[in-house]
Design a protein around this ligand. Structure first.
Ligand code: MF3
Ligand code: CO
Ligand code: CO
Length: 256
């Protein structure tokens, strides 16, 4: 899992400079796909089974009101957009999964809400990682996130899509919800477990809509913006270890 996380983070470092206004999302997908194959690894998203269709591309790219599972296409990124890149690789059978939300263009071109949302989602991820301890209830994740958001913002935390156990399977037990739930109060994060934390924060309602035609694209119901960050985490006897930490890109404490 450490190797899978390390490669996945290297992939994110590779793609980051390409995420710019004027680039088509399918071009980013192609670059990610080729880099992964060139290094002898496999993109986990490509062909991943869904309720209706297998996922058709090698990563998820979710722009503005798209919360998650956006399908790369001919859309050209615009200044002022916020765009989440979610990349997952299989390395020797093990999965690394992470995402970042990028603001395109200069800070002056971004709406205040866009900057606040991206900051909020980023802080939620690191506050949750800082809060968990060996053997703690999974609900610490959701409690920490909901507390931070409700104390500081008027945003909605998505409850329909959750973090997840990860290993030889992309998605496995346990669920790691970003709001506290009965089940997450009863399950624990034991040393040796790998899982993701991937809070999605919406500018308005937390409610979601999945596109009926493509079976994948998840949008905010009110079409306001949504931001997300994700890491794959290993719980050790000493505490959480982030497996998908990047050398570049925003580090803990970053101010957007
Ligand atoms: N990477 C997403 C996650 O964080 C899952 C994407 S599934 C796909 O769990 F099929 F859309 F790629
Ligand atoms: Co992901
Ligand atoms: Co994930």
């Amino acid at each position: 899992m450490r190797e899978a996380g390390r490669f996945n983070a290297q992939l994110m470092d590779f793609i980051r400079p390409h995420v710019r206004a004027g680039v088509k999302t399918e071009e980013l997908d192609r670059l990610l796909h080729e880099y992964t194959l060139d290094h002898g690894h496999t993109p986990a998203c490509l062909g991943y089974p869904g309720e209706k269709y297998p996922f058709p591309k090698s990563c998820c790219i979710s722009v503005n009101e798209v919360i998650c599972h956006g399908i790369p296409d001919s859309y050209e990124l615009q200044p002022g957009d916020i765009v989440n890149l979610d990349v997952t690789t299989i390395v020797d059978g093990w999965h690394g999964d992470q995402s970042e939300t990028f603001m395109l263009g200069d800070r002056e071109e971004m709406s205040g809400e866009a900057i606040d949302l991206v900051q909020c989602a980023f802080d939620c991820l690191y506050l949750a990682i800082d809060a968990i301890t060996p053997g703690c209830p999974i609900s610490i994740v959701g409690q920490t996130i909901v507390h931070h958001v409700s104390q500081n913002y008027d945003f909605g935390v998505v409850d329909k899509y959750v973090g997840h156990g990860i290993g030889t399977k992309f998605h496995q037990r346990p669920n790691v919800p970003h709001v506290p739930t009965r089940q997450s109060q009863q399950e624990r994060l034991h040393p040796g477990m790998c899982f993701t934390i991937e809070p999605m924060v919406n500018g308005g309602t937390a409610k979601t809509n999945c596109d009926r035609r493509d079976g994948w694209t998840v949008r905010t119901q009110d079409l306001r913006l949504s931001a997300q960050f994700e890491h794959t985490v290993l719980m050790t006897e000493e505490g959480p270890e982030i497996l998908t930490l990047t050398d570049n890109g925003p580090q803990q404490g970053h101010k957007f």
